[in-house]
Write a protein that binds this ligand. Structure first.
Ligand code: SME
Length: 162
């Protein structure tokens, strides 16, 4: 497919339903993990304009920064630390409407006000997390959770090839 992304306006459900087939087409048949995570981060950033969106990969009991779009970010996050580390330990998506009210939140950018972190699970293990941050309070909700979980579950995103 061409590398152009069709950006639409509208409600979140319509946007995700337009975006997800395009993300699937972008990564279909491409085995390289970094290439696929980079394009997913770029597609989400281009469509939604979030402050920061990207991946942290589980490596040797830490999360290590992976492909992302946005301002520079912390490179390593220890297990259980911050929203990302908590999502990893709990193996659950965490929606944080106000980052200042999340104990232990790691402020990579002082502009971030709300956040969602989605664990990426393969063979029952968390292998990475998808993190998105917004300058707006309470931007992320159950709709984002549902569709971001669908995105990270795309089987073509192969973590063994990393
Ligand atoms: N806020 C995250 C750290 C990662 S940055 O937001 C990119 C956390 O608390 O885990």
């Amino acid at each position: 497919m061409s590398e152009d992304l069709t950006i639409i306006q509208g409600n979140k459900v319509d946007i995700y339903q337009s975006l997800i087939p395009q993300i699937k087409a972008l990564i279909e048949g491409e085995p390289d993990l970094v290439a696929n995570l980079a394009n997913i981060a770029a597609a989400l950033k281009e469509q939604f304009g979030w402050l920061w969106v990207g991946f942290y990969l589980v490596k040797n009991d830490e999360l290590v920064l992976g492909p992302f779009q946005g301002p520079v970010a912390c490179t390593r996050i220890r297990k259980g630390r911050g929203v990302c580390g908590a999502s990893w330990v709990q193996a659950q998506t965490l929606i944080v409407p106000d980052v200042e009210k999340f104990p232990g939140h790691i402020a990579c950018s002082s502009l971030s006000r709300s956040e969602i972190v989605v664990p990426i699970i393969r063979d029952k293990e968390v292998v990475a997390v998808l993190d998105a941050d917004s300058e707006l309070l309470a931007l992320f909700d159950e709709t984002d959770k549902k569709y971001l979980e669908e995105i990270v579950d795309i089987p073509d995103i192969k973590f063994r090839s990393f």
